[in-house]
Design a protein around this ligand. Sequence first.
Ligand code: ZN
Length: 450
Amino acid sequence: MIVIENVAVATVDAAGTEHADGHVVISDDGRIVAVGAGHAGRYHGPLRHIDGTGCLVTPGLVNTHHHLYQWATRGLALDDTLFGWLTTLYPIWGRLDAEVVGAAAGAGLGWLALSGCTTSMDHHYVFPRDGGDVLEAEIEAARGIGLRFHPTRGSMDLGQKDGGLPPDNIVEDTDAALAATEAAIDRWHDPSPDAMLQIAVAPCSPFSVTSRLMSDAAVLARRKGVRLHTHLAETGDEEDFCRERFGCTPVEYAERLGWLGEDVWLAHGVHLDDAAIARLGETGTGVAHCPSSNARLGAGMARVRELLDHSVSVGLGVDGAASQEASHLGSELRQALFTARLRGGPAAMTAREALAIGTIGGARCLGRQDDIGSLERGKLADLVMWRLDELGHDGIDDKVAALVFGPPATVELALVGGRAVVERGALVNADAEALTRAARRAHRKLMKGL
Ligand code: ZN
């Protein structure tokens, strides 16, 4: 049993309950048994007592969009649009293998943990023929860090010869991609409430995937009872592509293919008209908001205020490290707040709303809202204790404001199902220097000969 006391608590429950001085109690099976004001009651048996003086406890952050392999290709095509950036990087990604992906995923997930993330998805869609089992490699990496992991089996089957953007040698055969996706679900997906590993189905984007793969993937996911994810409405170029090729907007295209619904969450959703936002709300489709990536690629600013007003489940994503070198999920709270306010003025988002999309909003995108995303009795003990009494934050009395408006805060403690993954700003289960060395080797291996 773990008892955390003398700590500010932001539960992010439906009522927005907060305690300026409170406690959280965690059972040995990794669930929250009490959260409230003042001191905890008396508990018997082996007990770890944690003094949270100077800290704020929140639900662990949930990362709803990422491409971990991109950690090995950071800092390239620095001034390009999405399509230019992709065209530069596709040939390099065509050289990926399991060793590179494992090292990149270890570094990316370790860094995510240090930035306050306790659950991350990954969207992997590059499967070179001779690359080995890259999905297994990233799953092993996640186990090594200790994060709850939702990797998606992505795919691309629309190469340049068929009018797509990626080179023909990195796309898969449509049926082979579907078969490999089903095999990944059968091998890895855990539907249980405590699951540390769940798989979703994730064809890459309208300009790299055929309509048949999109619609067959939706049928497959629903037959297997897993979720659906893809990139949608990220850039003006994508919108032009959809209008020219399909004669409709990206969201209309998605709906035509069976890709709107409560089991779907879409990455970006930047270029959405009023009708599209209404349709996402009506169908229960979620959006992974990636404000830093959108800024880095100059893609635009998502209409998050309007999405929230239409009851769309919005989560936060860092997006792949090649289009968002910082990849720091804690900082994404602030970036989301600023992006909303640049679009809609200071009333467009509050610090509490930013924290909510980073936690319970993300949990909804991944279909895990019953088990993670808020601090409530019975939920899994996925939480972060942020240190807020040092130079960068001390004196900001509103602790949630200190976390969101202030600089990135040190993670004093991060628990996943009650198990520590970060303590005093350091990884518990992995060595950050070893992760750095492995990622450096992976980068050099990938870039060799180019
Ligand atoms: Zn992406």
